[in-house]
Design a protein around this ligand. Structure first.
Ligand code: GDD
Ligand code: MN
Length: 377
């Protein structure tokens, strides 16, 4: 028998916790090879959530409780995981919401994935068979979809579809190795941090579809603004993306500096000087990206590997020059070559067009190709 502990954080879930535990016990009492325990992590809910849980404990001996201060969802999970590891001897730890948004009927399918070798099973709302509530307003749906897309693209890990959800089954070795990393993330961003860490640790990630049900009792504790900012910052600081953008700026500086040097000091013809300076920038970007931005995917295969990737890098870079030229020609043709007034100053329209092309086309184009062609794993 292997043991799975379902960790359920609660804050003011008095109307939900009893039906949830009843339903977990009924759906999991007969899963072959698995013994199920429940650990409620309550942050001293003023509504008396724990009164309900304590009543259930006399009926179900496998229901455990810990009480914590109210320090956010991430901190509640960290306390729960730590307690379970120290006292309950689990093989797998589950994350699950208390508000009946996560239906216990899916628990057996999570465990099947674990038995087939997965280390980290995600209940996904964004794969076939999964869903977000149809009664959610347009904004909430859009927000949920965009947040996940942002994380997927920011990390360039397209194969995982639900980064933010909170219904998961995780092998204990993954949780143990992640505890130090995630301890800095006390809020909802904890979910992204944990999955990011597990992916970096090469945990086998697997997804099962779940239909997320909107809660009917109590209310959500999520602070959307804080959550958006923290997730945004997490992805920026933990993906290659921000380094890639900084490298782009350095390249820009190198291109200008060398063009200036070649023209003013070596008296090289302007067009030739600019082609040379562009190539200097391409060479330096290639190395900065390889040894910094994409360090974790450094090019292998000796000199031959480098030559091959360097040629490809030049092809991709030429592509951006063509896109910039073509894009600028199109925008100038359709929107005109004029001065655009920004209140206090007027800027030639081509500068605005160039910035737009770089931000909206060149950056995604290069980032995707660097990841998928040059620094692919
Ligand atoms: N102990 C404790 N302490 N529990 C908390 C705290 C806290 O500070 N904050 C929230 N919880 C509990 C709630 O009581 C609930 O059981 C669960 O955590 C989820 O909280 P909700 O407030 O219902 O969150 P949600 O429905 O908005 O968020 C869901 O979707 C998010 C984004 O996809 C959850 O599944 C999140 O985990 C997920 O990140
Ligand atoms: Mn909820």
């Amino acid at each position: 028998m292997k043991k799975a502990i379902i960790v359920i954080p609660t804050y003011n879930e008095r109307g939900n916790i009893k039906p949830l535990i009843d339903s977990i016990i009924t759906t999991t009492s007969n899963i072959p090879n698995w013994e199920i325990g429940i650990l409620v992590v309550d942050s001293s809910s003023p509504d008396g959530t724990l009164i309900e849980v304590k009543e259930l404990q006399s009926k179900y001996p496998n229901v455990h409780i810990i009480e914590t201060k109210k320090e956010g969802l991430g901190k509640a999970y960290i306390s729960g995981f730590t307690y379970a590891i120290e006292h309950l001897n689990p093989y797998v730890l589950f994350e699950m919401d208390a508000d009946l948004s996560h239906n216990p009927k899916y628990i057996p399918s999570f465990l099947q994935k674990i038995e087939k070798g997965a280390d980290f099973v995600i209940g996904s709302r964004y794969i076939k068979g999964g869903s977000i509530p149809s009664n959610w307003g347009f904004h909430r749906k859009l927000f949920s979809v965009c947040a996940n897309l942002f994380v997927r693209l920011g990390f360039m890990r397209l194969s995982t579809s639900d980064w933010t959800g909170g219904f998961r089954a995780i092998k204990v070795w993954v949780v143990k190795s992640a505890l130090t990393h995630v301890s800095s993330y006390s809020g909802y961003v904890f979910q992204v941090a944990l999955l990011d860490f597990a992916t970096n640790k090469k945990a086998a990630i697997s997804e099962v579809p779940i239909q997320f049900i909107d809660r009917t009792a109590g209310e959500s504790k999520i602070n959307s603004i804080q959550y958006i900012i923290q997730t945004f910052l997490y992805v920026l600081t933990h993906s290659s993306f921000i380094k890639f953008v900084i490298t782009g700026f350095i390249g820009f500086g190198i291109d200008f500096t060398f063009a200036y040097l070649f023209i003013s000091f070596f008296h090289i013809v302007k067009t030739t000087a600019n082609m040379l300076s562009a190539e200097v920038a391409i060479i330096s970007n290639f190395f900065i990206n390889n040894f910094w931005s994409f360090r974790h995917k450094k090019i292998e295969g000796g000199v031959f590997g480098y030559v091959k990737k360097f040629i490809l890098f030049n092809v991709v870079s030429s592509g951006s020059i063509v896109i910039q030229g073509g894009g600028l020609a199109l925008l100038l043709h359709f929107f005109g070559d004029r001065l655009i007034s920004l209140g206090f100053i007027s800027i030639p329209s081509w500068i605005i067009y160039k910035i737009l092309i770089i931000a909206c086309v060149i950056i995604p184009y290069s980032y995707i190709l660097y990841n998928k062609v040059i620094w692919k794993k």
